[in-house]
Design a protein around this ligand. Structure first.
Ligand code: ZN
Ligand code: ZN
Length: 261
């Protein structure tokens, strides 16, 4: 696309928010952009900064509170824990820390079907990884909820987020590929080892996916046990590689996460 045609193509969106300015989901002022989040609230979010590319845990002095791109946000060498015991996923990309106000926004997506919050958070994640990472992936798969939780809540928060990440990255989303094979007790309060045991064999993949590069989308990564179990199931079904894309990462060993999947 030439410079002129890309500018013309951007007109309707630019015009739309000039006529109907978005309202910031956090401060309720006009956002003055296509997203329902104003520039001040965007800048004040708890950005993770420099993290390990494989587990998304901070590993360098965090001097850059809001990296512009994932390239500037992440070190290129995995942390010593990942070098010693590599997780089954190739990369884990998470822009935000699970802290106020992101935690409250995620809770709204999870328990109150917060569609505005899902659009804002999914869009933020999509923007964060769009430049570099989408080219390495063929298909987006949300972490599935168990049928009982799905019936109780009526929606899967990872599915809502995956929808918006798919829109931002122009990648297809398959909401049906994976399912939970059994109810797993709540993960809160369990150690990583107990979580891994709890999740063994918990996911099934409906069809072979030989050679497909998958991005698993979730709301929060805590110990990584859930996304590791799903990654193993996808690799067993033939996936060429699995990436993990999540909105937020808990850094506290006793996370805020009140009700994981
Ligand atoms: Zn605001
Ligand atoms: Zn790591």
């Amino acid at each position: 696309m030439t410079g002129l045609t890309s500018r013309l193509a951007a007109w309707p969106a630019a015009l739309a928010w000039q006529l109907l300015p978005g309202r910031c989901v956090l401060c309720e002022q006009a956002s003055n952009c296509a997203r329902d989040l104003c520039a001040e609230c965007h800048a004040a979010l708890p950005w993770l900064g420099h993290v390990c590319p494989q587990c998304a845990l901070p590993q360098l002095a965090d001097t850059d509170p809001m990296p512009a791109t994932v390239e500037s946000a992440s070190a290129t060498t995995p942390c010593s824990a990942c070098l010693l015991h590599p997780p089954p996923y190739l990369r884990c990309i998470v822009p935000l820390r699970y802290a106020t106000p992101v935690a409250q926004m995620i809770q709204r997506v999870k328990f109150a079907n917060g569609r505005v919050e899902a659009r804002v958070l999914g869009g933020l994640l999509g923007d964060h990884l769009r430049q570099q990472t989408a080219a390495d992936v063929d298909l987006i798969v949300p972490v599935p909820l168990g049928i009982r939780r799905l019936l109780r809540r009526g929606h899967n928060q990872a599915g809502l987020l995956a929808h918006w990440v798919g829109r931002a990255t122009q990648l297809p989303v398959d909401h049906e590929l994976c399912r939970r094979t059994r109810a797993t007790p709540a993960q809160s309060g369990l150690s990583r080892r107990a979580r891994l045991r709890n999740l063994r064999g918990a996911f099934a993949v409906r069809t072979r996916i030989d050679g497909v590069r998958i991005a698993v989308v979730d709301d929060v990564v805590t110990t990584g046990a859930t996304v590791a179990a799903l990654s193993r199931a996808l690799l067993d079904a033939g996936a060429a590689a699995v990436h993990v894309w999540a909105v937020a990462r808990t850094l506290d060993p006793q996370p805020l996460e009140s009700s994981p999947h």
